[in-house]
Each structure stands twice: as C-alpha cells, then as structure tokens.
Design a binder for this molecule. Structure first.
Ligand SMILES: [Zn+2]
Length: 297
C-alpha cells in the first residue's frame, strides 16, 4: 500500500502484494461433510433383522419432536503463505530468521477452529500444515506457469467449493522501519456485492484483535480498517477478496476480511506473536468475531 510498511508491498514483494497478499499454497479442498452415518441406525437394525418387536407405541409413548438445528455456518480460515513461501519473518540478534509468518498464522487458524462450536460452525482451513493449498499444483489461470497467483486462486477455490458463508485470511505485517512500526490492520473489499457485510466483519475482527491484545497487557496501535482499494494506486483489490477480474478464475463469493496481526519486524510484537498464550487469546477473539458476525446479521 502506500506505506512502505506493509510486508505485502516489500517483503513478500510483488506476489503478496500485487496479488495482494496471501500468497499461498493450496491444501486439498476439504470435501463437504457428509450427512449422518446410517451405521447403527434403525434402518440398519431392521435390515439386519435385529429390530425389536412389540406392541406399536401409542402417541403418548412417542418422544417429543424437537426443532431441527439449522445447518452449520461454513467458515473458511485462510492462514497465509506456507511451504517455501514464509511470508514475513522476525530475525534474531544474529540476523537469523526465528519467527515465521506462515507458522504463526497456521497456529492461530488451528486455535480458532478448535474454539468453534462444531454443531454451529463448520470450519475449513485452506491449509492444515506447512504446505501449499495448490496441491497437486495446477496452473489455474493457464498462463503456462504455476506461481503465487495460482496459490491464491487455490484458496479462493477451496472457499467456494466448500460453500463458505464467511472468509477470514490471516497475515502478519512487516516494515523496513523495524521497531518504529507496529499495530493492527484489517482489510475488506468495498467493491463486492456483500461489501457491507465484509466491512461489518472486518470491524469486528479489528476490535477483537485490539481487545485480545489489551487483555494480555499490550495496547496495540489501531492502524486501520479499510477498503482494500486503498492498498494500490490503481485500486486493485487483495486477490483473495477481490472480484473475478484480471488473473482471477473465480472470486470468493462470500463476505470476508484479511487481517494483519501486528508486525513481525517489531521485536516486542514478534515476541507476543510467538507466545502460545497470546496466540490463544487472539484466536479466542477471532472466534468471537465470527460468532458475533452471524448473530448480528
Ligand atoms: Zn502475509
């Protein structure tokens, strides 16, 4: 973006950037959950000849009918980067990378999944390990090469194939200004049909992140919640949030946001991000943002 500060723009460089972010890999799409198994069902017991016999139940013997639960909301969590694409990173005093964006965002994504009520939410991660979501690798846009655009397209495809109701991409920022820059940003695409919902979700995400860090004693700078067209002078969107134009071969067709969780180039923020308890708190807040998004729509 305008700032030299976003890692999108300079560390992960053009890829994450112009494609705007979330460069990545592609985990094999998670197939939709099938319905309840029939194993052990009444039908099976009847087929096996084990159904009990006896007098037919009278109406008063029948259990009360219950209202069926609504189908779970499908939430797509997209941990940025993966495999050889580290995203941004923190370096130790010997100038050796010691904390990687790809690792931290995966841990937070897995913690969010663990905190969601499985009867109300079906959570799909675009990658479940240190891998590319684009696997086996495919040249989705047919340009003769398999690159980060295809990785990003794979994330979009996973979201759509799983019929996501909501999309959340997790990233961490960086700045060449090191410890001088820190804080939180969350982006949404203002040019999509569901932009109002995306903005509402982005604002919830940003506030929860601020609250989570305050709860562990850190007053993070509230940098911005903004339309992703602010990132690029030409108004180009973040790839995983934007419309089906240019190199896209399909766009995410559900509301979504991309959050930049602090700066790994800031020593204090990097230490927080590497702390399991802080990761847990951030995940708790983000799980809460998802619940509140659906309860408030
Ligand atoms: Zn990133």
């Amino acid at each position: 973006m305008q700032s030299k500060i976003s890692h999108l723009l300079f560390v992960v460089v053009a890829a994450c950037l112009l494609l705007l972010t979330a460069c990545g890999d592609n985990a094999t799409p998670v197939p939709a959950q099938s319905g309840a198994s029939s194993a052990g069902s009444k039908e099976e017991s009847m087929l096996l000849g084990t159904a009990t016999t006896g007098p037919a139940p009278t109406p008063t013997d029948l259990p009360p009918t219950s209202t069926p639960l609504p189908p779970p909301k499908v939430v797509i969590i997209d941990p940025g980067h993966g495999a050889e694409d580290w995203g941004t990173f923190h370096s130790d005093s010997q100038d050796q990378p010691d904390i990687l964006e790809k690792t931290v965002v995966l841990k937070i994504a897995q913690k969010i999944e663990a905190k969601m009520d499985p009867t109300a939410f079906k959570v799909i991660l675009t990658r479940t390990g240190d891998m590319s979501p684009n696997f086996p690798p495919q040249d989705f846009n047919g340009d003769g090469k398999i690159d980060q655009v295809d990785d990003l397209q794979a994330r979009i495809n996973i979201a759509n194939e799983n019929k996501g109701d909501l999309f959340l991409s997790l990233h961490i920022n960086s700045s060449e200004l090191g410890n001088e820059v820190g804080g939180l940003e969350t982006w949404y695409a203002g040019d999509r049909p569901f932009a109002a919902d995306s903005k509402r979700f982005a604002e919830l995400v940003q506030q929860k992140n601020l609250d989570s860090l305050a709860a562990v004693g850190y007053q993070a700078e509230n940098r911005k919640v903004a339309d992703d067209s602010d990132l690029d002078p030409s108004g180009q969107d973040i790839f995983v949030l934007g419309p089906d134009v240019g190199e896209h071969r399909g766009a995410t067709n559900m509301p979504g946001a991309l959050t930049e969780l602090l700066f790994l180039t800031n020593d204090h923020e990097a230490a927080l991000l590497n702390d399991d308890k802080v990761q847990d708190k951030l995940a708790e807040g983000l799980a809460g943002a998802i619940v509140e998004y659906f309860s408030g729509s």
